[in-house]
Write a protein that binds this ligand. Structure first.
Ligand code: GLU
Length: 323
């Protein structure tokens, strides 16, 4: 069990969470010791890898977490890993692990919306459920999983969709399963390639190319594109609706793509498919589309795809349809 901070490691002065609680203060050993039932389920080794809110996680943190989990998974004594994590960016770290770990052993990423000190905290139950999921044979080979609020989600799809409710995590096609009466129950499997079936290994990655996200809105200014293009290899444009691009943004984006920036159309709705050559002639402009990936997930995938395919745009596009 590897701790990185977040609300699951938070503590408030009062159970009412007023004033606001402190995030990332409890050690992973303290969090685990709040669940006496855990000892009967498995034997645990715990380590504190980080102790910070996940809103701070950059690419170096992703690499550090991935490499450590990869090392731990190579130990024959280890059957699976639980990573405790802030919920804000849990979907990005989990997806990165899902694409780069090379093991069928289960990895479960878990956080909570309320700190352990709060009334009706979800911290202990989410962690207990994560333990039930990681030790269950049916969890093997499913890639990285995110457990929250009685549900088991695939890292590819899950997103935090609410800023404060316990029911914050959603996958567009539904959860893979539930934890019911102390037992994981799966109803579906991830269908896109992950872990042992991807082209990336965390052990071989030492840096990630810079990919930025630009969020489209009515008054978005053209100059933003030049600023991004100055030092990024890729740009996810979180367009309106079906990846629509305002007329005044087309030329700056075309120019950036001609100069080597990989421009990928996504949807700021965070749901649905962006259709290639639909709202824009992507073939003509040398642009790409995300398929159904939300902008923050698409950034993770594009970084990895550029790391192995560099400037081959048809291979980059294929990655969005494969993973
Ligand atoms: N700062 C937090 C984070 O690490 C807040 C959210 C949470 O963990 O629930 O993401």
């Amino acid at each position: 069990m590897i701790g990185t901070g977040g609300t699951i490691a938070g503590r408030g002065e009062s159970a009412a969470n007023t004033p606001a609680y402190a995030c990332s203060v409890l050690g992973i050993d303290e969090i685990l010791s709040a669940i006496p039932e855990a000892a009967a389920l498995a034997s645990f080794r715990v380590e504190q890898l980080l102790q910070i809110g996940s809103e701070n996680f950059n690419n170096d943190h992703l690499l550090k977490i991935g490499k450590r989990i990869s090392d731990v998974l190579k130990d024959d004594d280890v059957d699976g890993v639980i990573l405790t994590h802030g919920t804000d960016t849990i979907e990005e770290t989990a997806y990165f692990l899902h694409l780069t770990l090379k093991s069928p052993k289960p990895v479960v990423v878990v956080g909570s919306m309320r700190p352990p000190s709060a009334m009706s905290s979800d911290a202990s139950l989410n962690l207990y459920d994560a333990i039930l999921v990681v030790i269950h044979p049916a969890s093997r080979g499913k890639g990285t999983l995110v457990v929250a609020n009685d549900e088991i989600h695939t890292a590819r799809d899950v997103m935090k969709t609410n800023s404060f409710k316990l029911e914050a995590f959603r996958s567009p096609y539904g959860a893979l399963g539930y934890v019911v009466e102390g037992e994981p129950r799966y109803y579906r499997k991830p269908s896109r390639d992950h872990t042992v079936r991807t082209e990336w290994s965390i052990d071989a990655l030492d840096s990630l190319p810079k990919v930025d996200i630009v969020y489209a809105y009515g008054a978005l200014e053209q100059e933003v594109i030049g600023t991004v293009a100055a030092d990024a290899r890729g740009l996810i444009i979180a367009g309106t609706g079906n990846g629509n691009i305002a007329a005044r943004m087309v030329e700056p984006l075309r120019a950036a793509a001609r100069d080597g920036l990989h421009v990928v159309r996504a949807s700021r709705t965070g749901n649905g498919v962006v259709i290639r050559n639909g709202a824009q002639p992507d073939d003509d402009y040398g642009w790409l589309v995300v398929d159904d990936q939300a902008p923050q997930k698409a950034r993770i995938l594009l970084m990895l795809a550029i790391s192995s395919h560099s400037d081959d745009r048809s291979a980059l596009q294929a990655a969005f349809y494969r993973y």
